[in-house]
Design a protein around this ligand. Sequence first.
Ligand code: BG6
Length: 517
Amino acid sequence: MATNPAGGPAIFVIFGAGGDLAWRKLIPALYHLFLDKWLPEKFLILGQGHRHMSEAEFRQHLRQGVDKFSRRGKTADEKWDLYASHISFITSELDDSQSYSQLAKMLAARDKEWNVRANRVFYLAVPPRLIGTVTRELAKARLNQDRQRTRIVVEKPFGQDLASARELNRVLTADFAESQIFRIDHYLGKETVQNILAFRFANTLFEPVWNRRYIDHVQITVAEEVGVENRGHYYDGTGALRDMMQNHLCQLLCLIAMEPPLSFNADEVRNKKVDVLRAIRPIPPEEVHHFAVRGQYGGGWIEGQQVPAYRNEVSVAPDSATETFAAMKLFVDNWRWQDVPFYLRTGKRLQARISEISIQFKPVPHQSFPATAVQDWRPNRLIIAIQPEEGILLRFEAKYPGPTMRLSPVIMQFYYREAFRTRLPEAYETLLLDLVWGDATLFMRADQAEAAWTVVTPVMEAWEAARPMEFPNYQAGTWGPEAADDMLARDGHHWVMPTFLQCQEEIPVCRVTMAPS
Ligand code: BG6
């Protein structure tokens, strides 16, 4: 049989393919990859579900999902039919050993037909408690054997705490090698998130100032306008700390704080990220209230619509103590970052859907300009906008035109959509393609997932031990509880107004477009 290069023929086996993840994210993302000709010519998507469906019904169901969630709008018959011809469905129970033997035979038959051993991606779109069942059964059917070409994918939440994450790692590594395990954090697939690496390590300009000497503090905001939508059963009892802080925000922090990797080899990058998590100063249990703030939304108004309080959402306990907002102050104890605060916040039902990172530089060491010139003076700030706008903004000082010396802040902006005039891929597109290629750079390694749990554990434990009496403590449509403002105010800081709103401050802007080669 011919050898299969990294991007050669591929088979995706999606366990739990009848569920929401496949419908909303995986199948639309694979469809885009197919349209953009990124998928290998020979590929198969094999959906597994326990509800009986004919192949035609399954394909029709998936098409509805693509029509609804594709960034390209509705599917065209001809293209869809071609794509759908690569999709099959099997009905089985996840604990039925026989179905795995049949699966093994089907995959072997396909390899024979293609005359090549295809890359196999086993995607576990199943509840976490079923992960062990699937991995065990795959191993029993010897479907874990080809370490080079077999990958297994697990979604978040990766455990509920450090102990359960360790247990999950134990279960996974009992049957698969670490190099075969791909733990997804979809934030790492976002274009702007990856661009942090390009920005930091492909330019000489920023690295020399990327440290405690020049940077005053860093803020990471991941704000959502939506509430828990129809996910109350999952979210209640999970909360913002586990749902967002332990994974997405910790990943962003790693990319901002990591040392330059020697190469973009997956382990090299991941080593550097783990170093950051390990360097985070543990929060003493008795001081959690100084370093972390939790909140839960009450009713309010968002874009002219009245929205209910969290406790009135579907599948949420009416006296729920689950936090829908979390903020933390962290320090990274190493030479580069000693004593530079990193403020992280995330929440649902906030004023706007905005994810961005703000790097606040220190004031100039000596102000040479007269007091009359510096009335509007502000320190440099770099904003990495992740969503909904994707770009980078730099605020600096300029002379205001006129006969007198007066300084005024200006903003230099780079927006992806303007500079490159191309559509950005969805995070899942990037990650699914990496699965075909076997590139683990953007996936979490076992030690990284555990280290991130270690970071949030003191806060989680303190919050679990003391029921919040003040919930709900922020109104939907605001920026969260006042206590989060107070946490920064104690350090003489305030949360940065997100870019969109900031641009309404009438600071002159300068656009950056793609430079001629
Ligand atoms: C998921 C969380 O991981 O990320 C959700 O479980 C959250 O609660 C979502 O809404 C946010 O992702 P994005 O890409 O919309 O910022």
